[in-house]
Design a binder for this molecule. Structure first.
Ligand code: 2AM
Length: 220
């Protein structure tokens, strides 16, 4: 009935605790600042602005609200599978619990800026089985391991919707799976920076960032 539908949230996810939010915002801004100055990045600037002109990446990406890793986008019940997800035993059991998320990489594209989240077996219990398949613009993503799409959106270019961040991550992981090594351009303090073409940059973190996060939902 309509009452049940109203009771479903906009989305479920892990919400990073405030102490770690500040740390991640600092680390990610430092990364953008450094990326901006690299010759390798400047060489591919055209991917970002359509011109070979400088971009200020810190301005280019609009900040997001509270940092989180979406598990299930429910759209108040209108999204496919929303009700089934909300009724899963694992979801009910874990609601309100704190988890330790592992942020294993940062990625930048002309559309989005995000952090890859590497989920544990336990965390995968809360991951929808069809999350990767639902990215229709990346059909090959259906054969990626469960949880490949897990990420925290750190920023989006003007006019780009947040949902794009996970799609961009899936595009990069699909290229990797197809055997594209990418171009290892730089050893940075944070880790190895690789370029995958058409404006896709991935920084594999030498030391994953451990981020405590509360599994909950957002109503808006
Ligand atoms: P995000 O997880 O990449 O940040 C509300 O819009 C939240 O739900 C955002 O965090 C957003 O993207 C995510 N979201 C929006 N539409 C979605 C969709 N169709 N599939 C998965 N996540 C979605």
């Amino acid at each position: 009935g309509s009452l049940e539908e109203v009771a479903l949230p906009f989305y479920f996810g892990w919400f990073l605790l405030s102490s770690i939010q500040d740390k991640i915002k600092c680390t990610s801004m430092d990364f953008l600042k450094t990326l901006d100055t690299l010759e390798a990045f400047k060489k591919h600037l055209i991917d970002f602005s359509g011109k070979a002109e400088e971009v200020d990446l810190e301005q280019y990406f609009q900040p997001t609200g509270i940092l989180h890793c979406t598990t299930k986008f429910c759209n108040y019940g209108k999204a496919e599978g929303a009700k089934d997800y909300a009724e899963k035993q694992a979801v009910k059991d874990s609601y309100g619990s704190i988890f330790d998320l592992s942020l294993s990489a940062l990625f930048v594209t002309p559309r989005t800026f995000g952090a890859r989240v590497s989920l544990t077996e336990e965390q995968l219990q809360l991951w929808p089985a069809d999350a990767e398949k639902q990215a229709e613009s990346v059909p090959a993503a259906a054969s990626l391991p469960l949880g490949s799409r897990a990420h925290v959106t750190l920023g989006c270019a003007e006019g780009v919707e947040h949902v794009q961040t996970g799609v961009d991550l899936l595009e990069i992981l699909t290229l990797q799976q197809e055997g594209q090594q990418g171009e290892q351009v730089e050893e940075m303090e944070l880790g190895t920076l690789t370029y995958y073409g058409t404006g896709k940059w991935l920084l594999n973190l030498r030391e994953p960032i451990s981020a405590p996060a509360c599994f909950s939902s957002f109503y808006g």
